[in-house]
Design a protein around this ligand. Structure first.
Ligand code: GCO
Ligand code: MN
Ligand code: MN
Length: 389
């Protein structure tokens, strides 16, 4: 049954970053268009629209220059607001990109003092997240990149990244934090080129760490689509590898600036297949929206934006259910995937089986002659998405 009027429920695990609903609409060409929204107010706004949780960078909550006692007061008030609103904090992260100290990157910067400071800041952000109950720690290397390759060898940067990650894993284990790290790739912006441009690059990197078991990925729709890649494929590879620890939902037109659009608003068909994948495989993590409202909006518009992200997810979830239960679609799929018993087996490997496969005569022309009916299947999908089926 369709969820009543597509209203979010806690079990949908919809979360937003403090930085998303409190985004003030600043861009490289124009100043803020909305007033500052204090963290406690953002929590209330998220509760009002029906979110399950709120995530934050250290400095979304605690200003970078706060004294320890200011920090403690802020954290106390924030946790109180979360408790009163029934909001969870499933994920925390660290801002390693805003302050000028990070102009050459953080873990990969050439200055060893900057690298050490970045690790220190991350440890403190991990403490903060753990204090609020976060179990996922996202790391996005916003400034881990270059404008000119002349400044360092890229393999050196990767070694530095590994050193930092290994250290932070040790810190998490040493402190007994129940964290899983989720590494977030992005090809460019704010640097000209960022190391680890894709989720696939991070998946390969994770295998080289000292504690790969507590490190996974945080794929983002916009980041994959900026490179013209397929988010659902990135998510599927991460899932299949047991590494889908978190994900950032938003939307993006390929080839443009980092748009952070409302989920599903630019490519509803791609969003449909993403939602369908997550629901089909039974992904249980948070559905986190890393997007922000158009610069034309006031805080009413921000609520419209946040509600829209969740509503679209739930509509697409319902469409996925309909797709899975559609008899014509299922008949087509069954036909396409029919097993042929006459074929020699190629799994598991066995000497005689291999010899049989090696010498089997495939009728290539017959195999290539049959129409696969993907046009029909895709149009049925479109009919469902456009609401005429
Ligand atoms: C971006 C990124 C960030 C990160 C966030 C969490 O393009 O700016 O997506 O929003 O997700 O910093 O680490
Ligand atoms: Mn992003
Ligand atoms: Mn993101």
């Amino acid at each position: 049954m369709a969820q009543q009027n597509f209203q979010p429920r806690p079990q949908d695990k919809f979360t937003f970053g403090l930085w998303t609903v409190a985004n003030r609409g600043r861009d490289p060409f124009g100043d803020a268009v909305r007033d500052t929204l204090a963290p406690v107010e953002a929590v209330k706004l998220l509760a009002e629209v029906g979110a399950y949780g709120v995530n934050f960078h250290d400095n979304d909550l605690v200003p970078i220059d706060a004294t320890p006692s200011e920090r403690d007061t802020i954290v106390r008030e924030f946790k109180k607001a979360c408790d009163e609103s029934g909001l969870n904090v499933p994920m925390a992260t660290v801002n390693l990109f805003y302050d000028p100290v990070f102009r050459d990157g953080a873990f990969t910067a050439n200055d060893p003092a900057v690298r050490a400071y970045a690790v220190q800041k991350t440890m403190q952000a991990m403490d903060l997240g753990a204090e609020c109950g976060a179990k996922i720690f996202v790391l996005w290397g916003g400034r881990e990149g270059v404008e000119t390759e002349a400044c360092r060898r890229p393999d050196e940067a990767i070694k530095r990244l590994r050193e930092a990650l290994n250290y932070l894993c040790e810190y998490a284990l040493d402190k007994g934090y129940d964290y899983k790290f989720a590494l977030e790739a992005k090809p460019n912006e704010p640097r000209a080129d960022i190391y680890m441009p894709t989720t696939g690059a991070y998946l390969a990197f994770i295998a080289t760490l000292d504690h790969p078991e507590i490190v996974g990925v945080n794929p983002e729709v916009a980041h994959e689509q900026m490179s013209g890649l397929n988010m659902t494929h990135a998510v599927a590879q991460a899932w299949e590898a047991g590494k889908l620890f978190h994900l950032d939902l938003n939307d993006q037109v390929p080839g443009r600036y980092d748009q952070d659009l409302r989920f599903g608003s630019a490519n509803p068909k791609a969003a449909f297949f993403l939602v369908k994948f997550l629901e089909d495989v039974g992904y249980e993590g948070a559905r986190h929206f890393d997007a922000h409202a158009y610069r034309t909006e006031d805080y009413q518009g921000v609520k419209d934006f946040a509600r829209g992200c969740m509503r679209t997810y739930l509509i697409l979830k319902e469409k996925a259910r309909q797709w899975n239960e559609d008899a014509d679609i299922q008949a087509l799929l069954a036909e396409m995937n029919e097993e042929r018993n006459e074929l020699p087996r190629f799994k598991p490997y066995a000497k005689d089986g291999a010899a049989a496969l090696r010498s089997y005569h495939f009728d290539r022309a017959a195999l290539a002659a049959k129409g696969l009916q993907y046009e029909k299947l895709d149009q049925l999908t479109i009919d469902i998405l456009l609401g005429v089926r």
